[in-house]
Design a protein around this ligand. Structure first.
Ligand SMILES: NC(=O)c1ccc[n+]([C@@H]2O[C@H](COP(=O)([O-])OP(=O)(O)OC[C@H]3O[C@@H](n4cnc5c(N)ncnc54)[C@H](O)[C@@H]3O)[C@@H](O)[C@H]2O)c1
Length: 321
C-alpha cells in the first residue's frame, strides 16, 4: 500500500479517509531528524504547522509525490525544492478563516475588557479591580488591519458590522475589491499605526513582510493602543515589541504566533503582564480541526486515485494550469 507520513497525528475524521487506503507512518518524535528519517519511506506527507518540510526532508524522501498541508500557509514547506522534484504542494486556503477571525476578535475583546486581569483579580480576592478604569468600549474605535485577505477581511466585516468599529486597512494588493465597503484604505503603514486604537496583523510571512512592523511603527502607536498578531511571528520586530510593551509605550498586545514556537519558557515576554497569549491555537477550533484533517486527507486520496486535488499551491510552476 502507498505510504503516507503524518507529521503529527490528525483528527480521527481525517484518519477515517486514510485508514484502509494507505499505510500510515508517524515520526518517532518531533525532531527534524526523526521527520526526515520517516520521510525516507513516504510517497505522501500530511503536514501540520509545527513541522517543516525542508529541503533536507524532501531530499531524504526519494518517493515523495505530494505534500498536503492542513492549513493555508506554506511557509513551512520548501516549495522551490518540492517543485524542482515535481512534488505537488497542496494547501487549504479557506479552511480556518472563520476560526482565526473569531479568535482575533476574542483577543481584541479580551484586551478591551481587560479580561485576563479581571479573572486573576476574582481568583485572588482583589474585588476592587472592578474599579480599575481600564476596560473600554470598542464601538467607534479604529481597527487598523494589515492584510485584507481571507482572514483580515472577515475580521474587518465582523468588527465593522458587529462591533461598530471604524476600519482602517493597509494591503497594497486588494484595495479595489473593497470599494463598496465603508473602510478607509491607507497607502502606507505609518498612517495606520499612528491612527489605530487596535492594530491587527493578517498578512503572510514572506520576505517582503518580514520585520515589516518596525521599531519606528511601534513607537508611533498611541499609548492606549494594542497590537494583535494572529498571522506569523516573523512579521514584527520582536526586540522593539518587547521594549514598547515593557516600557508601557503601548497598552498591550495579544499574540497567537511567535518567531520561535513553542515560545521558550525563558522568553522575557512571559514576564510582561500586558500581553495575552495563545499557543498558535487560533485555527484549532473543533470544527476547523475536523475540516483541516479531512480536507488534507482528501487531497492525498484524490491524488492517489488519479483525481486532481482541489488546491495545488504550485500548480502553475508544475505546468498544471
Ligand atoms: N494563527 C493561526 O493559527 C493562523 C491560521 C491561518 C492563517 N494564519 C496566518 O494568517 C495570515 C493571513 O492568512 P489569510 O488566509 O488571510 O491569507 P490571504 O493570502 O488570504 O491574505 C493575506 C493578505 O495579505 C496581503 N499582503 C501581502 N503582502 C502584504 C504587505 N506587504 N502588506 C500588507 N498586506 C499584504 C495580501 O494581499 C492578502 O490580501 C497568514 O500569515 C497566515 O499564515 C494564521
Amino acid at each position: 500500500m502507498t505510504r503516507i507520513l503524518l507529521s503529527q497525528e490528525i483528527h480521527p475524521e481525517g484518519r477515517k479517509i486514510l485508514d484502509g487506503n494507505f499505510d500510515i507512518l508517524l515520526p518517532e518524535n518531533h525532531s527534524p531528524e526523526a521527520f526526515a528519517r520517516a520521510a525516507a519511506e513516504a510517497e505522501g506527507i500530511i503536514l501540520r504547522t509545527r513541522t517543516h518540510a525542508s529541503r533536507a526532508v524532501i531530499d531524504a524522501a526519494p518517493q515523495l509525490k505530494i505534500i498536503s498541508r492542513t492549513g493555508a500557509g506554506v511557509d513551512n514547506v520548501d516549495v522551490e525544492a518540492a517543485t524542482a522534484r515535481g512534488i505537488l504542494v497542496c494547501n487549504l486556503p479557506a479552511v480556518n478563516n472563520l476560526s482565526v477571525a473569531e479568535h482575533t476578535i476574542a483577543m481584541i475583546l479580551s484586551l478591551a475588557k481587560d479580561l485576563p486581569a479581571m479573572d486573576r483579580a476574582v481568583r485572588c480576592g482583589a474585588w476592587e479591580e472592578r474599579n480599575s478604569g481600564r476596560p473600554i468600549e470598542l464601538e467607534g474605535k479604529t481597527l487598523g488591519i494589515v492584510g485584507m485577505g481571507n482572514i483580515g477581511s472577515l475580521v474587518a466585516r465582523k468588527c465593522c458590522l458587529g462591533l461598530g468599529m471604524k476600519i482602517l486597512a493597509y494591503d497594497p494588493y486588494v484595495a479595489d475589491k473593497f470599494a463598496a465597503e465603508d473602510y478607509r484604505f491607507v497607502s502606507g503603514l505609518a498612517e495606520l499605526f499612528a491612527e489605530a486604537d487596535v492594530v491587527s496583523l493578517h498578512c503572510p510571512n514572506i520576505p517582503e513582510t518580514r520585520n515589516m512592523v518596525t521599531r519606528e511603527l511601534l513607537y508611533s502607536m498611541k499609548s492606549s493602543a494594542w497590537i494583535v498578531n494572529c498571522a506569523r511571528g516573523g512579521v514584527i520586530n520582536e526586540e522593539a515589541l518587547f521594549e514598547v510593551l515593557h516600557d508601557k509605550k503601548i497598552a498591550g498586545a495579544a499574540l497567537d504566533v511567535f518567531p520561535v514556537e513553542p515560545l521558550p519558557l525563558d522568553s522575557p515576554f512571559l514576564k510582561l503582564d500586558n500581553i495575552i497569549f495563545s499557543p498558535h491555537a487560533a485555527a484549532l477550533t473543533q470544527e476547523a480541526t475536523i475540516r483541516m484533517s479531512t480536507d488534507a486527507a482528501q487531497a492525498v486520496l484524490d491524488f492517489f486515485s488519479g483525481k486532481r486535488p482541489r488546491y495545488i499551491y504550485n500548480a502553475r510552476d508544475l505546468g498544471l494550469t
